[in-house]
Design a protein around this ligand. Structure first.
Ligand SMILES: NC(=O)c1ccc[n+]([C@@H]2O[C@H](COP(=O)([O-])OP(=O)(O)OC[C@H]3O[C@@H](n4cnc5c(N)ncnc54)[C@H](OP(=O)(O)O)[C@@H]3O)[C@@H](O)[C@H]2O)c1
Length: 315
């Protein structure tokens, strides 16, 4: 999203003025460079919906949500949280039937509905939203391919009435636990409409440098830190050829694992929540600290298994 804001900036959204439901929100801290857009179509939350049951997975939350990008990393957590409160979740997918399969178990029978769609076909996009009273857009990619430019990947940002997740601007980083982000989305859906049309910046409770994060990671996987300090100009020089040749060579180029120009630009800036932004606090959520459960999964990356490097004697 950063990429598209930077590339298209103000201009791109000007061209979307034909979509009447999109209007700019300007306030003192986003300013002209960070203009944000919201929909006028949805004017209240889903707090007015009829609910049944005790609020668990077999109850009825009244929410019928289409979650674009549900097959991605954040998507699975959002689907899980929607499903566990008894919502029906429509899952548009573009790959094989296997792509959304893991999501089906997250809800009661028939509550998770995978729907094949073609992101390039407007009627197909409309069809997957037709029955929904909530649309969440998690589609995003932080590199371009021959098939999809940043502009095209983020086309769905122009759709009205979407709850949207955008990449925060990025040196100091404020990592956030994915489960907290999913909670923020579902909390915003459940409120009485107070969050509607507002922009929330979701950052964790602590701020780290990239180096500190790497140290934590090495500590958890119990390895000696190995760093290669790549100066910014060299990183850019390494990343630029892919960007230049992406659409000029007659074959697909491999996806960038390390040196994606957009990420490099982003790493040159801080990725922290702005001073006056609405945050987790405003949604009544206390985000998790990084150490502990949120990074426990790193244990699986220990070379010699979970006990690798343990200082406890095995008598
Ligand atoms: N993860 C983070 O740390 C982070 C941080 C800040 C913001 N975000 C934003 O949060 C959103 C979700 O992130 P994520 O980590 O879940 O991303 P992800 O794992 O890469 O998932 C991206 C989703 O977008 C879909 N998608 C990508 N290109 C598409 C295209 N051309 N047409 C249709 N669908 C397409 C993917 O579908 P397929 O499965 O079909 O490829 C997938 O479902 C993104 O907008 C991202 O920029 C993420």
């Amino acid at each position: 999203m950063q990429a598209i804001t930077r590339r298209l900036g103000h201009q791109s959204f000007k061209s979307s003025t034909s979509i009447k439901s999109i209007y700019p929100i300007s306030d003192h801290y986003y300013g002209i460079d960070h203009e944000r857009f919201v929909s006028t179509i949805a004017t209240k939350g889903v707090g007015h919906l009829v609910r049944k049951g005790t609020g668990g997975r077999s109850s009825v939350s009244g929410i019928v949500a289409t979650v674009f990008g549900a097959t991605g990393f954040l998507g699975r957590y959002v689907v899980q949280q929607l499903a566990k409160m008894g919502s029906q979740v429509l899952v548009p997918f573009r790959g094989s039937e296997d792509c959304p399969r893991h999501l089906k178990l997250m809800g009661d029978l028939g509550q998770i509905v995978p729907m094949k769609f073609n992101p390039r076909d407007e009627s197909s996009v409309k069809a997957v939203m037709a029955r929904a009273n909530v649309v969440i857009n998690l589609i995003g990619r932080d590199y371009e391919t021959r098939n999809y430019s940043y502009e095209e990947v983020h086309l769905l940002h122009l759709l009205p009435g979407c709850l949207d997740v955008k990449q925060l601007p990025k040196k100091r980083i404020q990592p956030v636990y994915v489960v907290d982000v999913a909670s923020a989305l579902t909390t915003a859906l459940k409120d009485d409409g107070t969050s509607m049309g507002k922009i929330y910046e979701l950052g964790g409770p602590e701020i780290f440098t990239v180096h500190e994060l790497a140290e934590i990671m090495y500590d958890v996987i119990r390895e000696w830190p190995r760093y290669v300090n790549v100066p910014l100009p060299i990183a850019k020089a390494l990343a630029t050829p892919r960007e230049l040749f992406l659409n000029k060579v007659p074959f697909p180029l491999p996806k960038p694992e390390m040196f994606n120009l957009d990420q490099i630009h982003a790493f040159a800036k801080d990725t922290v929540v702005s001073e006056n932004a609405l945050t987790f606090n405003d949604l009544g959520i206390v985000p998790h600290k990084l150490k502990g459960y949120p990074i426990e999964f790193l244990i699986s990356y220990r070379k010699g298994g979970p006990q690798f490097g343990s200082t406890i004697s095995e008598k």
